[in-house]
Design a protein around this ligand. Structure first.
Ligand SMILES: NC(=O)c1ccc[n+]([C@@H]2O[C@H](COP(=O)([O-])OP(=O)(O)OC[C@H]3O[C@@H](n4cnc5c(N)ncnc54)[C@H](OP(=O)(O)O)[C@@H]3O)[C@@H](O)[C@H]2O)c1
Length: 274
């Protein structure tokens, strides 16, 4: 049987780069897409890795990368929509431009790549699409209102699409990781505020401190996420939501045991906001 092909977005670092390595080690053809292909090198593993330029906010580059992947490998069995970044800070100071940029990347970007791959998967009558959302797309964390809105959108999109594509044997899945040790909280975290955040300074300090402590103690690694994405893409199941990481699983368990209101209060207390 010929090797299967996965197309992954946002492969320069973190979860995307680890996922390229993981699929390649399993003998897959990997279309590793990223904004600056010249800046990164990947080991071939036992599969074949090809880099293609793809900016999820640029439909032309999306269409070109999908066309080149099909030319090179002949098929796309799995799409992993991973590219995204965080926007942290008070909503009051979030500019319309910052909000729009976040949605263009985290939401419209998922739409654009999915739309480009769908005709191919539908005609073949098979395929798996795995969207990387976040625990913050199931339980919203403080000072992440716009990021949470974008990831809730990805979860809702994925769940609805999973119904729509079932008749074509295309499975749609959504990954909700808790904290993952990557560049996300450094390079990939935009802010809505300048300086110390003015009236929100104390909240920002408390929330930042709690996130940093959580990241150090309970965070998953990019390799664990890569394994979870591989498992979701290949488990053959109809499961749609995947919650990954001890912190994320604990939060979902708390919701189940305590109920919605107590969970929200518990979150405020944990971050020192109540
Ligand atoms: N780390 C966490 O704690 C965590 C938790 C839950 C969910 N996630 C999600 O996991 C995904 C991957 O993040 P990560 O943690 O691996 O962080 P990361 O290492 O910073 O990776 C983010 C990736 O997204 C790419 N990207 C950003 N804008 C893009 C665009 N317009 N077009 C194409 N690629 C773009 C970046 O590429 P450039 O190098 O070109 O900037 C980079 O490769 C994101 O969707 C994030 O929301 C992360």
């Amino acid at each position: 049987m010929s090797a299967k092909t996965v197309l992954i977005t946002g492969c320069s670092t973190g979860i995307g780069a680890a996922t390229v390595r993981h699929f390649a080690e399993q003998g897959w053809n990997v279309a590793a897409t990223l904004r600056k292909p010249e800046a990164v090198q990947f080991e071939q593993g036992s599969g074949r890795v090809e880099k293609f330029a793809l900016d999820v906010t640029d439909q032309q580059s999306v269409d070109a990368a999908v066309a080149r992947t099909l030319e090179r490998f002949g098929q796309i069995d799995v799409l992993i929509n991973n590219a995204g970044y965080g926007l942290f800070g008070p909503f009051e100071s979030a500019t319309p431009e910052a909000i729009s940029r976040e949605f263009r990347t985290n939401v419209d970007g998922v739409f654009a790549v999915t739309r480009a791959v769908l005709p191919h998967m539908r005609q073949r009558g098979s395929g798996v699409i795995v969207n990387v959302a976040s625990l913050t797309g199931l339980i919203a964390m403080p000072l992440y209102s716009v990021y949470a809105a974008s990831k809730y959108a990805v979860v809702g999109f994925s769940e609805s699409l999973s119904h729509e594509l079932a008749p074509f044997d295309i499975r749609v899945k959504v990954m909700a990781p808790g904290a993952v040790a990557t560049d996300f909280s450094g390079r990939s975290l935009a802010r809505t505020f300048e300086g110390d955040g003015g009236p929100y300074a104390e909240s920002i300090r408390k929330v930042m401190g709690t996130f940093q402590a959580n990241r150090a103690s309970a965070g998953a690694t990019a390799e664990q996420l890569a394994q979870a994405l591989y498992d979701a893409a290949t488990d053959g199941s109809a499961q749609v939501r995947y919650v990954v990481g001890d912190d994320a699983l604990a939060a979902m368990q708390m919701r189940k045991e305590l109920g919605e209101e107590a969970l929200l209060l518990g979150i405020r207390q944990r971050f020192g906001l109540a």
